[in-house]
Structures are given as structure tokens and as C-alpha cells.
Design a protein around this ligand. Structure first.
Ligand code: SAH
Ligand code: SF4
Length: 384
């Protein structure tokens, strides 16, 4: 601070691309408006849109149904952004994990999980997370910012690039489902998430239906109804505890929006019925929330709510204050939940060999970088 008139002298140079708009992340209306500024109206918006989101074009040269001078004009004024792949890992079970770098050097992660009947892409909504759930590694990361709509859609584009899935066919596709269960709390970045999902939903582009999109929240009660009304996607709620006492400890946000308020918002979630249930996620923490009494209390608590229950074996990370429940305990817990009418509630851990859980890959790469930095510092000190 301070420095008055001198400050300008230290300002970083303007980025050369600052007057070049990225077309990825614009809504159809915004795209139409930008093209209209160049005198390109009407059907051209649809053409460009399809190149971006149906064919996955990464250059204007590829847009062969546009006249060459039009392509040149577009290339002068716009860019088609892609996140940079910092690291790609493929697990023995086919799970793929990408550590992606944004323009300002932040890192986020995206995971693709293939199953027999579906392929699920798990995307991030923020760099880090401001909420500090005690079992979650993302919550320990200091740096936090919202991802832009372009960066959220960009994860889907990048995954399609890497899986060779252009044009975006509606049959036999690899990415059939999208879940917002990566880094960040999507309902704390609602506006950008909503913009991005509208692009993902668009039938002339990526065209993933709202029934195949699930947004997971730790319980941002005031945003839940709006999310249901405006986007109509499936909702998953990170429950993890059946009493306010324990939930306050595990998920500090519970102090603001306790169980009662959360479950009321679930009951009122737009469009919820027995064919469209809310998924309740429950991370199995050894000797913390995994008793028979907890299981019974869980099914009682959810009575009357069209619900699915997803038991997630805790994914440990270095220094985590919890351990995963034993297999025996998980089976016992699941039996009680099954007996109450919930089908196969345990989520099989996937991609464990590549640490495909929330927040882990980025943290691993940060550790490597810190180690490198320390090694360099030591070398420099030695040299001095
Ligand atoms: N912020 C949102 C979405 C991202 S987290 C939310 O909290 O719902 C996605 C899911 O992973 C949540 O249910 C979260 O509680 C769970 N999770 C976080 N850390 C985990 C860990 N170490 N092991 C297992 N599940 C974890
Ligand atoms: Fe944030 Fe979700 Fe992790 Fe909690 S579990 S810290 S809300 S990402």
C-alpha cells in the first residue's frame, strides 16, 4: 500500500491477450452479441456454438463451414480457451485424473470414472474451498477462488479432448454423467456454476441432460431451492452425521444451517420425488459416525424424504485426523441401511492408486513442489 503516484510504475504489464475474448464460457446470447459486434448475425451463432461444443474445435481454422475471411476475423478478435494439463494419471481400474492449470497458474482437478453402464466426470467448482470440513483435504488448502464459467465448462471440454470424444454424440458416449463433487462448494459459486451448466445442458452442444448431472453441496441451505428451480439438476447432500453436535464438528457450516433446516430444504427441493431422489453422502469415519446406532438414526432421520444413501469409505490423506471405518463396520452399517430399503449404498473407492479423492492430487503435487523448493534453497545455501 502507499506509494501513491509510484504505484503505476510497478504495475505488471497488461497481458497481451487482455483484449481477446475467450468464446468458451459465454452463453449463447453473449456469443451472439459478440459476433454481432463484428457484423456476424443470425445463424452464425449456432454454427460457432456447434463448433465449440458439439465438435470441440480448438481453432477457428477448423470451422470449415465459415468463409475464410470470417474465420480470420474471429481469430483476430477471439480465442478458444483450454485449460493446460499439468498431469494426467490413469488408474489400473480405468479412472483418469487430470490436474489442470488455469491462466493465472492455479491448479484444479477433474476425474473421469468409467463404469459398466456409465462414465462419470467429476468436476471442480472452486480452487480450494472456504469451508473447512475436517475430513476433507480441499478444505485445508489456503488459496481459494471461484472458478469462472469458462473454467468449469473447460473441464468438460478437456476431458472430451483427452477421451477422444468429439463430436459430442448422444449415443455410446463415454462421459454420460457429470457430478460437481470435485474441489469446492458449488453453491458458493452459484452464478458461474449456473452459467457453465446451461452451456453443458444445451442440446446443440455438449448436451448432457439435467437428469444426468448431480450437484453436491455441504448444505448451503439458502441456495438449494434456487438451484433446483433454475437448473433442475439432481442434488447430493454431504450429510456425514446424524446429530447437530457431531455435524457441527465435522462440517462447521452446520452451525449456520443445522440439520433441521437442511432436511427441510431437502424435502422442499424442486422436482424431488421417488423417481428423482436426493442422494445423501455419508463418509465412513472409524469410531466417529459408523456405529449401529448411527445407521439406525440415519434411516430414521431420512424417513419421508425421497432419498438415496451413498456410504463413502473415508479416503485418508497425510495428517488427516480420521481413519476409514473397517470393512466389517461398513458392511454392518450398510446392512441396516439396506434393510430400510436403500439399495447397494456403498460407493466402491475408485482410482485409489492415483489418489482420486477430493483434493489429493493437487496437494501431492504441491508437496513435491515444496520439496523441490527446499532442495533448491538448500543447494543455494550450500553454495553461499
Ligand atoms: N463441497 C461439496 C462438493 C465437493 S466434496 C460437498 O462438500 O458436498 C464431494 C464429496 O466428497 C462430499 O460428500 C465430501 O464430503 C466428500 N469428501 C471430502 N473429503 C473426503 C475424503 N477424504 N474421503 C471421502 N469423502 C470425502
Ligand atoms: Fe469444501 Fe466440500 Fe471439502 Fe467441505 S467437503 S471442505 S464443502 S469441498
Amino acid at each position: 500500500m502507499g506509494g501513491g503516484g509510484h504505484a503505476a510504475a510497478f504495475a505488471p504489464p497488461a497481458r497481451s491477450s487482455s483484449n481477446v475474448t475467450d468464446l468458451v464460457g459465454l452463453t449463447r446470447d453473449q456469443l451472439a452479441a459478440r459476433l454481432a459486434e463484428l457484423g456476424l448475425e443470425g445463424f452464425r451463432t449456432g454454427q460457432v456454438w456447434q463448433w465449440l461444443y458439439h465438435r470441440g474445435a480448438t481453432s477457428f481454422d477448423a470451422m470449415t463451414n465459415l468463409a475464410k475471411p470470417v474465420r480470420r476475423m474471429l481469430a483476430d478478435c477471439f480465442q478458444i480457451g483450454r485449460l493446460t494439463v499439468s498431469r494426467e494419471q490413469i488408474s489400473a481400474d480405468g479412472t483418469r485424473k487430470w490436474l489442470l492449470r488455469t491462466d493465472d497458474g492455479q491448479e484444479i482437478e477433474t476425474v473421469f470414472i468409467p463404469d459398466e453402464d456409465r462414465g462419470t466426470l467429476c468436476i471442480s467448482s472452486q480452487v480450494g474451498c472456504t469451508l473447512t470440513c475436517r475430513f476433507c483435504h480441499t478444505g485445508t488448502q489456503k488459496l481459494v477462488r471461484n472458478l469462472s464459467a469458462a473454467e468449469i465448462v473447460g473441464q468438460v471440454l478437456l476431458a472430451r479432448d483427452r477421451l477422444g470424444e468429439w463430436p459430442a454424440s448422444t449415443q455410446n458416449r463415454r462421459i454420460t454423467n457429470i457430478v460437481l463433487m470435485g474441489m469446492g462448494e458449488p453453491l458458493y459459486n452459484y452464478d458461474n456454476v449456473a452459467l457453465a451448466l446451461r452451456i453443458v445442458l444445451d442440446a446443440e452442444g455438449i448436451a448432457v441432460s439435467r437428469r444426468r448431472i448431480t450437484l453436491s453441496t455441504s448444505g448451503v441451505v439458502p441456495m438449494m431451492a434456487q438451484c433446483g428451480e433454475e437448473l433442475g439438476v439432481n442434488l447430493a447432500v454431504s450429510l456425514h452425521a446424524v446429530t447437530d453436535d457431531l455435524r457441527n464438528q465435522l462440517i462447521p457450516l452446520n452451525r449456520k444451517y443445522p440439520l433441521d433446516a437442511l432436511l427441510t430444504a431437502c424435502r422442499l427441493y424442486p422436482g424431488v420425488n421417488n423417481a428423482r431422489r436426493i442422494t445423501f453422502e455419508y463418509v465412513m469415519l472409524r469410531d466417529v459416525n459408523d456405529s449401529v446406532a448411527d445407521a439406525r438414526a440415519l434411516v430414521t432421520l431420512l424417513r419421508g424424504i425421497p432419498a438415496k444413501i451413498n456410504l463413502i469409505p473415508f479416503n485418508p490423506w497425510p495428517g488427516a485426523p480420521f481413519e476409514r471405518s473397517t470393512d466389517r463396520t461398513i458392511v454392518k452399517f450398510a446392512d441396516i441401511v439396506n434393510a430400510a430399503g436403500y439399495a447397494s449404498p456403498v460407493r466402491t473407492p475408485r482410482g485409489e492408486d492415483i489418489m482420486a479423492a477430493c483434493g489429493q492430487l493437487k496437494s501431492a503435487s504441491l508437496r513435491v513442489r515444496h520439496a523441490l523448493k527446499e532442495a533448491t534453497a538448500t543447494t543455494t545455501a550450500d553454495a553461499a
